[in-house]
Design a protein. Structure first.
Lengths: 312, 598
């Protein structure tokens, strides 16, 4: 297992390198120079030149010991992301954004997971009935409605019209108050695709011989569903769940923006809008590293939950 | 039970994250504290005046920092009055030396950067330090344009900073001949040539004094730690989310103006005449970038004033440009005022196709239906433009629309197209327009302009780019046509004229790369003249030269609509309105009553 983990970790090097290369090309080669934007509305040529020097834009892109790409790699490896174009250190921006993002995404993640798995078990149990058909129709409808519509609708009706929640973040509100509505919207909007996926997984298991045997032996439905079906459906569930964890750190772009939660999703969209490569680079790099790590965690989990899987 | 036990850690993690993730708590409000609630459309980039280049940061910073001069809050036309200066400057006969006395007893807000945490008295050296800092190339200020080529010895100081290897190597004690402080309360500025606009610039946020102790204490983090002399000081700044300011106990104090313009008395704008400022204890700035939550927060009474989002315009304003019944029921007030702004489609005059073909540029100008554009894309919040000097300026020429001959006229445009074809020597190529955005509205704008041009036989390709890419294209002279605008920094049309001065060509502010020796001559003559009817006439003459050469299709001058709640008093729009929170008065009872309304 140790050998397997080491081998997998070594595989991550070319993957991360590829991510860094693509991000660099997208924002530095294709995107062009942002010095004029940083310099302000009436900047002189010399100020723009000085900015190019300060941020290293005057150096060759590749093929030099001191090229922009080599510096980009060095900074990534040492987690030294420097200062963003608004002069604030990138790491402070990220540190500040992590907890607000997690305060939104973690409850959303667990809420969605628990509700969709529980409902999928119920729907799988009543498969073929009108309840099942209704659930599938609602799921498809939920998947078809754009995410933004859920936000606009929720904010307008639940918060503004009916006054059940605050419309937007305010410093005098308790965290639970202003996170509640975005979490609910996140759960409701994600329910369609999740429920549909878990229903399919559960149905595959429900059709298995061991389930029929369990029922024939007279086991209670609750015991069959939670003890046997759920356990055997763990492989696809783990794949989906563990690989979703890195994205929790990225926050939720639209929800954060519409509800004023200053998380990493908000930070990322700001950075893309102003082409702040240092922030984009840091966020992409961290996401890539997390994604690779959680990919490995997924594989290890397979071996833990399924005795047939061995890591060699 | 077992299931519940398994879920308990998840619930605990979730709860901890919710509570931990939402930042520091706001300061506890005392029961009688009066707070202004504002919303900002964009994030605050930083609160270091020398580095501020965006309106949002400037509006916020202007409550904390003060300048030598400020605009009278009520009088129109805009008039400068002393702020940190004791009086208006004494100007030498040749207009080259300004002597400014600084008020005594002005203190910086208390801050850890000062000895014992107690703010020290403001001295004339603080201004010189702040301005040298802007000149320091290592500091990369966005505001060097203010002093570029103006003050004796300052350009040399900038040259010297270029020779320094690191920012830390710059010696700020190095003398600049044109910036002298004979004593702690006197500032002498020596100019290279007359610069009548200097007093406007001395009321401009970036020229605010800086305490050297603060810069040296906070170093690069000075953007997060504003230490000023203004009526408010920073309490909490949760970047990207909200900012809270409280009254600065060290503030020198000021009274509400006792005079205004005609009609101010009737509007109740002089009800607080002579009262001590500020009339509030706290300002709360929320950053709400999306239209819907900002609008809903305004309707709920959570913010005091708001612009009107495009999609909600009909809900607030009726076709007669009056408040709708719903807004009147909410006791909302409306202010409509002219912005000192002009927006245009610019031509790159160095481009071989459009630059050397005046009839082509005139054809494009005649092909675009400005009135329709204003109706479609601004909810009629604009006036069609024919020149670049906006109506708010004294030098605005009402006759420019008749003189321009490039207003909407498709038939005339077709004639110009024929002429343009002859000059080009065949069928005109497909032209390229760069727009600074990629969203739906920009795509609709692109389509509108393309349709207008197609109707007169001009083919257009529209390129939608993000703002930095657009800037890069314009500054590197690679955009053929581009959509841009300018909002005046001060109430002098010179601020618009410099946009066409050949020495300011890209990457400078002359994005058109326009060059006309006659215009340059007039600009050079007028820009050093004191305000006079002769100067106004020269400004108008210069504008007519530009309009005739047609380096841009002048589209519109902005008109702003602002709504504010009944509990806000002393709300008067100001085109150069920085540091205005100190004048506001809040009727707490009315605000409470509105919030209680179901």
């Amino acid at each position: 297992m140790t050998t397997y983990i080491i081998r997998r970790l070594l595989y991550t090097i070319p993957i991360i390198f590829g991510v860094l290369l693509v991000t660099f090309i997208l924002f530095n080669v294709v995107g062009g120079d942002v010095s004029a934007e940083i310099a302000g509305k009436a900047a002189s040529k010399e100020t723009i030149e000085e900015i190019r020097k300060e941020y290293g834009f005057d150096k060759p892109l590749f093929f030099s010991r001191d090229s922009q790409f080599i510096n980009h790699l060095k900074n990534a490896v040492t987690f030294n992301f420097g200062r963003a174009y608004d002069r604030e250190p990138v790491t402070s921006k990220i540190k500040r954004g992590i907890l607000p993002s997690l305060s939104l995404t973690v409850p959303m993640f667990f809420g969605l997971l628990i509700i969709s798995i529980s409902l999928s078990l119920v729907v799988a149990f009543v498969r073929g009935s009108n309840w099942d058909t209704t659930a599938v129709v609602i799921c498809v409808a939920g998947m078809s409605i754009p995410y933004l519509s859920f936000i606009l609708f929720g904010q307008y009706f639940l918060a503004y019209k009916w006054g059940l929640f605050p419309v937007f973040f305010s410093p005098d509100l308790s965290p639970v108050q202003y996170v509640a509505l975005p979490v609910i919207i996140g759960i409701v909007s994600g329910l369609g695709s999740n429920l549909r996926f878990y229903r399919t997984v559960m149905l595959d298991e429900m059709r298995s011989d061991y389930v029929r045997t369990a029922f024939a032996k007279g086991l209670a439905a609750r015991r069959v569903l939670f003890k046997h079906v759920l356990k055997n459906a763990m492989i696809p569930i783990i794949t989906r769940v563990v690989l979703a964890i890195p994205f929790l750190f990225l926050g939720s772009l639209l929800l954060e923006r519409f509800f004023g939660i200053p998380g990493l999703g908000y930070l990322m969209i700001e950075a893309i809008g102003s082409r702040d490569f240092r922030v984009i680079n840091a966020m992409t790099y961290i996401s890539a590293v997390l994604f690779v790590i959680f990919n490995l965690v997924t594989d290890i989990c397979y071996a833990l939950v399924d005795p047939r899987v061995s890591l060699e | 039970m077992d299931f519940v036990r398994k879920l308990a850690p998840i619930a605990l993690i979730t709860a901890l994250l919710i509570f931990a993730g939402c930042g520091r708590s706001p300061s506890k409000s005392e029961p009688n504290q009066i707070t202004i609630y504002n919303a900002l459309h964009a994030k605050i980039r930083g609160l270091d005046p020398g580095d501020i280049g965006d309106t949002t940061s400037a509006v916020v910073a202007s409550q904390i920092f003060e300048c030598l001069y400020q605009y009278h809050y009520l009088k129109r036309p805009y008039e400068l009055i002393p702020q940190l200066a004791e009086s208006m400057p004494q100007v030498s006969e040749d207009g080259l030396e300004y002597t400014i006395r600084i008020k005594r007893g002005v203190y910086f807000a208390d801050d850890a950067c000062f000895e014992g945490g107690k703010g020290r008295e403001l001295k004339s050296a603080d201004f010189i330090y702040a301005w040298k800092r802007i000149a320091d190339i290592k500091y990369l200020s966005k505001n060097w344009w203010i002093f570029d080529g103006r003050i004796v010895g300052l350009d040399e100081f900038r040259e010297y900073t270029k020779s320094c290897k690191k920012a830390e190597d710059v010696d700020y004690s190095r003398e600049v001949e044109g910036l002298q402080c004979p004593d702690d309360y006197t500032l002498v500025i020596k100019l290279k040539k007359p610069w009548p606009q200097i007093t406007y610039l001395l009321a401009h946020q970036p020229t605010a004094p800086m305490a050297r102790e603060a810069v040296e204490y906070y170093k690069k983090d000075i953007i997060n730690h504003p230490v000023g002399t203004g009526p408010f000081m920073l309490k909490i700044w949760h970047r990207g989310s909200y900012l809270e300011m409280v009254r600065n106990p060290n503030w020198r104090g000021e009274k509400y103006p006792t005079e205004g313009e005609k009609g101010d008395l009737e509007k109740g704008l002089l009800a607080d005449a002579g009262r001590d400022l500020p009339m509030t204890d706290k300002i709360n700035w929320m950053i709400i970038q999306e239209d819907q939550p900002r609008w809903l927060q305004f309707l709920r009474g959570k913010i005091d004033a708001s612009g009107i989002p495009k999609d909600n315009f009909g809900q607030a304003i009726d076709p007669q440009r009056k408040l709708t019944a719903e807004m009147r029921r909410r006791s909302v007030h409306l202010e409509i005022f002219r912005d000192p702004s002009t927006y245009w489609l610019g031509f790159n005059m160095e481009d071989p196709v459009v630059g050397g073909n005046k009839p082509l540029r005139q054809a494009i100008s005649c092909a675009i239906d400005r009135e329709k554009y204003i109706e479609l894309f601004t909810n009629n919040r604009g006036e069609a433009a024919y020149g670049f000097i906006p109506p708010l300026m004294k030098a605005y020429d009402p006759a420019i629309s008749e003189m321009a001959e490039t207003g909407y006229n498709p038939e005339k445009a077709k004639e110009f197209v024929k002429e343009a074809g002859k000059i080009y020597g065949g069928d005109l190529p497909v032209l390229k327009l760069s727009l600074p955005g990629t969203d739906t509205v920009f795509r609709q704008i692109g389509q509108f302009i393309r349709n207008n041009l197609e109707q007169v036989g001009i083919k257009l390709e529209v390129e939608y780019t993000d703002w930095p890419t657009f800037q890069d294209k314009v500054k590197s002279k690679s955009a053929q046509m581009f959509s841009l605008g300018w909002i005046a920094d001060y109430p002098d049309a010179e601020n618009f004229l410099q946009l066409f001065y050949s020495k300011n060509a890209s990457p400078g502010s002359n994005n058109f790369n326009y060059s006309n020796p006659e215009f340059d001559r007039i600009y050079e003559q007028a820009s050093v003249m004191q305000d006079s009817p002769e100067r106004t006439e020269l400004y108008r003459k210069a504008e007519r030269i530009v309009v005739k050469d047609c380096p841009a299709v002048f589209m519109l001058h902005g008109v702003a609509f602002v709504l504010y709640h009944d509990w806000i008093h002393n709300y008067k729009p100001h085109a150069f309105g920085y540091g205005l929170a100190k004048y506001r008065r809040i009727d707490q009872a009315k605000r409470a009553a509105y919030k209680g309304e179901k």
